[in-house]
Design a protein around this ligand. Structure first.
Ligand SMILES: [Zn+2]
Length: 272
């Protein structure tokens, strides 16, 4: 049985005191999704598709990449402007790939649900990317497939990669300044930790193809000097994840996305 709490975020600094409403799943629901990972990339793609379906996503599509698809769940809003919320589901051969990146992709259905309760102004596109580990293949294909016009409608790309190893981190060097300020605002209001941690040296992530198209991006992660060695190793296992910190990241992201819907469509886009 899924239980939900209605949350309100009131950020006084913008637009008077408009309450930003969204729903939060309980820990058991979030943890169930986290625990449903598989070791095989094909099965992982099928699982995330099923999780979206169970979360009530009615516009669910698959975009062929190589042998595995991007899995795309769209929550239509009032306008054609959109926000892409992405996370890759594939893993490298070693380890469970529980941290990198089932931890990120398993949050997408919960984030979809937290916004789906009411009419949003922006369209939110949740994308589970294939083949990130083979060189951002899925995200590059996604960007290419949207064409020039489609990409112009993307007002922000929010990427989730490797969550729950430490309090929430943002890849500061890559992040759009406006998006980062908004995230900090939400973290402050909700009294949740958020700090900058650059991972330029640790490889790349699916925000890259969007960033190259000058779309404002923000990458959430939990990688630190101490936790970096876990990735792409046989220590990438679910038992290394810290559920309290993971839940904090979930709550921050749910509030952040609902807040973006209020702010990014008020005439000022991120990056401007
Ligand atoms: Zn990753």
């Amino acid at each position: 049985m899924m239980r939900w709490a209605l949350a309100f975020l009131i950020v006084a600094a913008t637009r008077g005191e408009t309450p930003v409403a969204y729903r939060l799943a309980d820990q058991m629901t979030v943890q169930d999704r986290l625990g449903s990972f598989a070791r095989d990339n094909r099965v992982r793609g099928e699982r995330i598709s099923l999780l979206f379906e169970k979360a009530g996503c009615t516009d669910l599509q698959r975009q062929k990449v190589r042998s595995l698809p991007n899995v795309i769940c769209t929550l239509a809003g009032g306008g054609s402007d959109r926000i892409v919320v992405g996370a890759h589901y594939d893993k490298v051969k070693t380890g469970e790939g529980a941290l990198d990146n089932w931890s990120g992709v398993a949050l997408l259905p919960s984030l979809y649900q937290s916004l789906a309760g009411r009419r949003r102004r922006l369209t939110f596109v949740f994308v589970a990317f294939a083949d990130e580990e083979k060189g951002l293949v899925g995200s590059r294909r996604y960007v290419k497939g949207r064409g020039k016009e489609g990409i112009a409608r993307v007002k922000a790309m929010v990427n989730l990669d490797t969550l729950g190893l430490s309090p929430t981190k943002v890849w500061a060097n890559r992040a759009d300044r406006v998006l980062m300020a908004l995230a900090a605002n939400v973290a402050g209001t909700l009294d949740l930790p958020l700090s900058g941690m650059n991972v330029d040296g640790a490889g790349d992530s699916d925000s890259r193809p969007f960033y190259e198209k000058k779309i404002p991006v923000i990458d959430f992660h939990s990688v630190t000097q101490e936790t970096l060695p876990l990735l792409h190793s046989d220590r990438d296992q679910m038992r290394a994840l810290r559920i309290e910190e993971y839940m904090q990241t979930y709550r921050l992201l749910a509030g952040f996305l609902a807040y973006l819907d209020e702010t990014l469509n008020a005439g000022h886009n991120a990056g401007k």
